[in-house]
Design a protein around this ligand. Sequence first.
Ligand code: NDP
Ligand code: MG
Ligand code: MG
Length: 332
Amino acid sequence: AAELFYDNDADLSIIQGRKVAVLGYGSQGHAHALSLRDSGVDVRVGLHEGSKSKVKAEEQGLRVVTPAEAAAEADVIMILVPDPIQAKVYEESVKDHLNDGDALFFGHGFNIRFGFIKPPAGVDVCMVAPKGPGHLVRRQYEEGRGVPCIAAVEQDASGNAFQLALSYAKAIGGTRAGVIKTTFTEETETDLFGEQAVLCGGASALVKAGFETLVEAGYQPEIAYFECLHELKLIVDLMYEGGLEKMRWSVSETAEWGDYVTGPRIVTDATKAEMKKVLGEIQDGTFANNWMKEYQEGLPKYNEYKKADENHLLETTGKKLRKLMSWVDDQE
Ligand code: NDP
Ligand code: MG
Ligand code: MG
């Protein structure tokens, strides 16, 4: 079973004794920087020329400098810029400012796991990754609570890297909820697999295939949308609150029976065999290398896929229907 760490296991004074740079001020960056500051940590934000979030960070009372200046000043550098550009930011702005004894922090293990960033031997390499979006991390912190985090050490140059990571996690509220120890490898591979096979890829393909099946059989797209996409939220909320058991307790016996007999006909042994292949391509770096190549070529296929789905009948139908539902907040 996983090892868990709480407030009493972490010493806040460790991170309070360091100078922290948070590079990036997006979803995670703003939550980390503000909560570190409110925990009495010396923090500066590193943002590139022309950054959209610079004004916001300054309005919220943070000092904003360039990524290189932030890295030069700090001895703990948390990289919270988008994963595909982290290696570039590291090469251009961080690498030359790393001294022995410094620590390099990440919110996701992608660039370390697949070797796009190779830190020198004298620095600690740590991860503190909240298991929730940044706005929730910040809101929970402000309310005196926290979002559970996972923490990992890839390189323990100081001999105290994990205590440093726990101290950082405490400063953003993570140890109030609980911190689970993991490794860069486990975090990165499971994160990529989850989003591809289940959460994003699996779920959207399932919804689309169900919707298309009904529409191709002559049912109205509006009705198909409600059955295959809209109602999914109800089901997921029940699973989130109480697992499969609560979902099955809440739906009708007919729906529950259909779940047992039809589910395994939809996600079959062949689907699971393909999941294992997908996992293999994550583990051997194929996915990461293909994705970085696509990114560097200017996202041609990414944009093609995006556009195709934007014009899918599921999406155009949903746009229309969501206007009928005043409580659905479609921010566009
Ligand atoms: P966002 O896309 O929300 O924010 C990225 C930030 O980086 C923005 O402030 C952006 O500036 C800034 N930025 C872009 N380019 C540069 C640059 N060259 N130099 C300095 N800053 C730059 O990212 P996320 O917060 O989503 O992700 C950050 C990390 O956290 C990733 O490793 C991600 O995997 C991880 N993570 C994210 C979670 C999430 O819920 N989103 C959850 C757990 C981990 P601008 O405002 O100008 O665009
Ligand atoms: Mg992910
Ligand atoms: Mg129904």
